[in-house]
Design a protein around this ligand. Structure first.
Ligand code: DGY
Length: 316
């Protein structure tokens, strides 16, 4: 018998075609995000849920599912949207989609560094508004990447891919991690505070969890140089957003480039109003190639589960 799979958001066409061919699949036809009620109902009537990083699968929801659900195959490398302990308690396996999004996410980090330091967003907005008066030697003076110090917070796969790119741009690359990581052009700092003090650009690339909640808080923001910028393409809640707004508003740091927010899709209007802040709608892995590869990983994990094989990307 084919496994019953519910998919909570439309996925790239080749992924949906493969799912149709392999499973008794219920695709998301209306495109809308699943609310709690729809998630609960889906989790009652399927063997595997193909969730995504926007679905909140908390302990209450997981505790209330019947006995049918056996796998949550999350579309995303991050699984902080799922209460993993609750899934473990109910004997529900959880998988994610690592590796395939590393390069594109590192590209977005570099894009945020470029847009923020070179003031590209401001320039584009001004031109589109019809306010460009022609080339002037003193217009839009941003800052060069070459020679600037980059401090990477979290040296996993994405942090390392950022380090390689930043070194190619001529940046002096440093990183903080629980342990030193080998094989990249960067200097290790065990002391995050000390690294933050010397960085011109601080890039958050750590996974989100209890240990990294508000890792970049008001105290750490206060240690940053006044002309430094903060980049976050990891998870919004790793940064204390209230403290970030205050640091930016008071000119205690020079800018920020953000792809993620603590309460997505809500973005604090005070950030939206700031010219020195670049805001992207969680686009790190948003390429045809990567989103398709992520979907194929979801399929592989469900298929392995259906065949009783070891799950390639099991988190729980
Ligand atoms: C992830 O995979 O966790 C990203 O945030 C979305 O690609």
């Amino acid at each position: 018998m084919r496994l019953k799979v519910v998919v909570t958001r439309p996925l790239p066409a080749p992924v949906e075609a493969k799912m149709r061919a392999l499973f008794d699949v219920e695709l998301n036809a209306d495109g809308a995000a699943f609310d709690r009620e729809r998630l609960a109902s889906a989790m009652q009537r399927c063997d595997a849920l193909a969730s995504n990083v926007g679905d909140r699968l908390d302990a209450g929801l997981i505790a209330g599912v019947g006995d049918r659900l056996r796998l949550i195959a999350n579309f995303g490398v991050g699984t902080d949207n799922i209460d993993l302990a609750a899934a473990r308690r109910r004997g529900i396996a959880v998988t994610n989609t690592p590796d395939v999004l590393t390069q594109d996410t590192a590209d977005i980090v570099m894009a945020l560094i470029l847009i923020t330091l070179r003031r590209l967003g401001e320039g584009e907005r001004l031109l589109r508004d019809g306010r460009w008066g022609g080339w002037k030697p003193t217009d839009f003076l941003g800052r060069s990447l070459a020679g600037k110090t980059l401090g990477i917070v979290g040296m996993g796969r994405i942090g390392q891919a950022v380090a390689r790119r930043a070194a190619a741009f001529g940046m002096d690359v440093h990183y903080h991690n629980r342990k030193p990581a080998a094989g990249h052009p960067a200097r290790y700092w065990a002391d995050l505070d000390a690294m933050i003090e010397i960085a011109d650009v601080v890039s958050v690339n750590a996974p989100y969890g209890a240990e990294t909640h508000h890792l970049v808080d008001g105290r750490r923001l206060a240690r940053m140089k006044r002309d430094a910028v903060l980049i976050n393409a990891a998870r919004g809640a790793i940064v204390d957003e209230e403290a970030l707004v205050a640091a930016l508003a008071e000119g205690r740091i020079a800018g920020a480039g953000l792809d993620v927010y603590p309460h997505e899709p809500h973005v604090d209007p005070r950030l939206v109003a700031m010219e020195q802040v670049v805001l992207l709608p969680h686009m790190g892995s948003a390429t045809v190639e990567t989103r398709t590869a992520m979907g194929m990983k979801v399929v592989e994990n469900i298929l392995a589960f259906a065949d009783g094989r070891e799950l390639p990307d099991q988190v729980v």
